[in-house]
Design a protein around this ligand. Structure first.
Ligand code: AMP
Length: 395
């Protein structure tokens, strides 16, 4: 693997692909974790006398300029965190990008507008992405890939571009990969994984792969209801992916065959509607009323999950245990986050959304062993998939 330390950046223009995909509400940044995680590489490159052309995406604008998905607020926050000007280019044409990049002086930073405003960035046509990558290569002398949250995407600025310039991974990407290796190559045991969030379909493959590696798998969040339904339980109006029930039955059998301790919630906090104001009621997981939906795991389940987690030497967690955005249904997620802070071995919170969730619940980054910036990317790595952005960087 080529290292950042070996890349000659002195006096060079560096194209730096970052992941600055922060949650925004009405133009206000709700969690700047991904911007902060990008700072070490930016500061290192600046200290070496490079100038930076930073590219990043925000949301899924699908190839058109969506005003709400401008990186302008990110440019402001980045500038405040660095204590220096960040020139923001509100233009997406290649000619404008070239002019702005070529007028940079050593130590200056140019942040390009949301790279996904250009349809070629995410095009399914290899030739379109390749042509766009050529334009981007014209902006800089070397490439540094530090957008971990996007390395699972075969996009022009992630996959094709690094192949056209001398390249190296940034500090964040290297750190993320080091941590993921600890989860995949001879993890210290017992190894426990807690999965939550909305959908099983997003995580089916990772569960299949993890069942061959983990000792304990705890499932909470919306996805737990498809497991309960697969066991023949009444789940009321809870989130269920009916078409996944057969696949989940297979997972339950596979856990049994492989001797993996599969933990499912035994008590559930239900409500009659999906709302922050809904009255929470605690029921047994085998007595969910037909007209109620499960919005959090109950305290007995949370304590049981926590007890197993705290015994583990390696823990990975992705996805909230309930609708943590509603305070009445955040208790399960808080108990699991607290348990992770007590793990004496390696504890990894995987995913931008899970990271934002623990911060929203009042935890500090330093409470955990490691907070990954990439949800989809870390899950695909754990699936055992080859990630285009890492492949292109020679990792
Ligand atoms: P994901 O992106 O798959 O990790 O899903 C995160 C989302 O899952 C959060 O916004 C939660 O509100 C939601 N979620 C967690 N538990 C439930 C549940 N029991 N019912 C519906 N949504 C849930």
């Amino acid at each position: 693997m080529s290292a950042l330390a070996d890349l000659d950046v002195v006096g060079k223009r560096v194209f730096l692909r970052c992941d600055l995909n922060v949650p925004l509400k009405e133009g206000v940044i709700k969690d700047d974790g991904r911007i902060r995680a990008s700072l070490p590489t930016i500061q290192l490159l600046l200290s070496k006398g490079a100038s930076l052309v930073i590219a990043a995406h925000l949301g899924r604008p699908k190839g058109v300029a969506v005003p709400e998905l401008t990186l302008a607020p990110v440019a402001k926050r980045l500038s405040a965190l660095l204590g220096q000007e960040v020139i923001f280019l509100g233009e997406v044409s290649s000619a404008h990008m070239r002019t702005a990049a070529h007028s940079l002086k050593a130590g200056e930073i140019l942040l390009l507008e949301n790279i996904r405003f250009n349809a070629a960035e995410t095009s399914k046509e290899d030739s379109e992405r390749a042509a766009f990558a050529k334009d981007l290569a014209d902006l800089a002398d070397v490439y540094v890939g530090d957008g971990f949250g996007a390395v699972h995407r075969k996009h022009a600025s992630v996959f094709e571009l690094p192949q056209l310039l001398p390249h190296a991974p940034g500090l964040l990407v290297s750190a993320e990969v080091e941590v993921l290796k600890k989860l995949t190559q001879n993890p210290h045991r017992p190894y426990g994984v807690i999965l939550g969030g909305a959908k099983v379909s997003d995580k089916l493959k990772v569960i299949e792969n993890l069942l061959g590696k983990v000792d304990v798998l705890a499932v909470g969040g919306g996805m737990a209801f498809t497991f309960l339904a697969a066991l023949g339980r009444e789940v009321g109006t809870s989130l269920v992916e009916t078409e996944m029930i057969d696949a989940v039955k297979g997972l339950i059998q596979s856990a049994d065959d492989k001797g993996v301790k599969l933990l499912l919630p035994t008590d559930i906090v239900v409500a009659s509607e999906f709302s922050a104001q809904a009255t929470p009621t605690l029921v047994s997981a085998d007595a969910i009323p037909v007209d109620c939906m499960g919005l959090d795991i109950g305290p007995i389940s949370a304590a049981a999950f926590a007890c197993e987690i705290e015994k583990c030497a390696t823990v990975f967690w992705n996805g909230p245990m309930g609708v943590f955005e509603f305070p009445n249904f955040a208790a399960g997620t808080t108990v699991i986050a607290t348990a992770l802070t007590k793990v004496s071995g390696i504890s990894v919170v995987g995913g931008g959304d899970s990271a934002a969730a623990v911060r929203a619940l009042g935890f500090a980054d330093s409470d955990f062993g490691y907070i990954s910036t990439g949800g989809g990317a870390s899950l695909e790595y754990l699936e055992g998939k080859e990630l285009p952005g890492l492949l292109a960087l020679g990792i």
